[in-house]
Design a protein around this ligand. Structure first.
Ligand code: ZN
Length: 335
């Protein structure tokens, strides 16, 4: 069984051809650069870029794989959540391929793609926790199995990736800011600025990052912005949000333990999982709570079509082919 997948929910245009046995025949991720000059993703420009690039990378993917469209058994695309323009471009394009070759089209949820991404390169033992950190979402899930995915908590305002971008913008760093801020933090003192750590209550699994950004802004107004300030603030911000993630995971693990639900591993997924400081600090849960950290393969961390193909393959028995499925910018995990 061969699957063709397209991912166009934000500013990455990606396609993948994957076999049921996990073999990747081709996987192309095109990161749109048009947004850099605006300091953030411009939805209208993103849809246009998807439209311009999708056809050419699809041709390239089939060429690389030495396959033809008629060899594909199932077509799948991200149908939400995400920017509606991009979702429409990717799903309509893929539906037309399915229609033309008389094969089924299976809609896939972008979040499910991230959540299942670590099961591609790891054996998951249940119950399992997933911490999803991206530019659009910050969520903790409990997986009873690959179909029963329960949302335990999420951000009530900014997503973590968004907070990274906003703080780096305040510090005058170029977009996308997450990587820049991480690099600057390496030379800073992480204990230099004490930033607020909101919503750390024991039974609260939600996050709030917008107050931290406001606190950073207030400190910026009272200080001279030189390279030492940027280094120290970057390090202090990164430590603050990492402390919050770590404490939330500890709370969840201990509260579940009290209900006789023992977690032996958790997955760290989504674009912000590329951050080495966050990854290494969260991996300390192995020593403190005997909980292993699982990370997706590098090509399946930021937005990509391989995780969409994999989610389609992994949960295929629970999915209904539906050529008329309407993309939904606010699609939930169980819609
Ligand atoms: Zn994503």
């Amino acid at each position: 069984m061969l699957v063709f997948a397209a991912e166009t929910s934000c500013d990455e245009t990606s396609v993948c051809i994957m076999a049921k046995n996990k073999k990747i025949y081709s996987h192309i991720i095109y990161s749109q650069e048009v947004h850099e000059q605006f300091g953030g993703v411009v939805p209208e420009l993103a849809s246009r870029a998807h439209l311009e690039i999708l056809q050419s990378i699809t041709k390239k993917a089939f060429k690389e794989a030495s396959l033809e469209i008629k060899d594909i058994d199932i077509f799948t695309a991200t149908c939400g959540p995400g920017l509606i323009g991009g979702l429409l471009v990717g799903s309509t394009f893929t539906k037309s391929l399915a229609l033309g070759s008389k094969k089924p089209f299976v809609p896939v949820n972008h979040l499910e793609g991230h959540i299942l991404s670590t099961s591609y390169n790891n054996n998951i033992s249940f119950p399992h926790l997933v911490l999803l950190i991206t530019g659009g979402h910050t969520q903790i899930y409990l997986l009873k199995n690959f179909q029963e995915i329960i949302l335990l908590g999420e951000t009530i305002d900014d997503a973590l990736g968004e907070a990274f971008d906003k703080v780096s913008k305040l510090l005058g760093l170029p977009y996308p800011g997450g990587k820049e801020l991480e690099a600057k933090s390496e030379e800073g003192n992480e204990n230099f600025y004490e930033l607020p750590r909101p919503m750390l209550g024991k039974d609260n699994y939600n996050f709030s990052f917008s107050g931290i950004k406001t606190a950073v802004n207030l400190i910026i107004k009272k200080n001279k912005i030189d390279k030492y300030f940027i280094h120290n603030m970057s390090a202090s911000f990164q430590k603050c949000v990492t402390d919050i993630l770590l404490q939330k995971l500890k709370n969840v693990i201990l509260n579940l333990q009290n209900k006789n639900i023992n977690i032996s591993s958790f997955s760290l997924v989504g674009g912000v999982a590329n951050n080495k400081y966050i990854k290494s600090n969260l991996s300390r849960l192995k020593h403190s709570h005997n909980v292993d950290i699982l990370i997706p393969e590098k090509q399946m961390i930021s937005d990509n079509a391989a995780m969409i193909a994999w989610a389609c393959i992994k949960n295929f028995k629970n999915k209904n082919p539906d050529l008329n499925f309407k993309p939904n910018p606010r699609l939930k995990i169980h819609d």
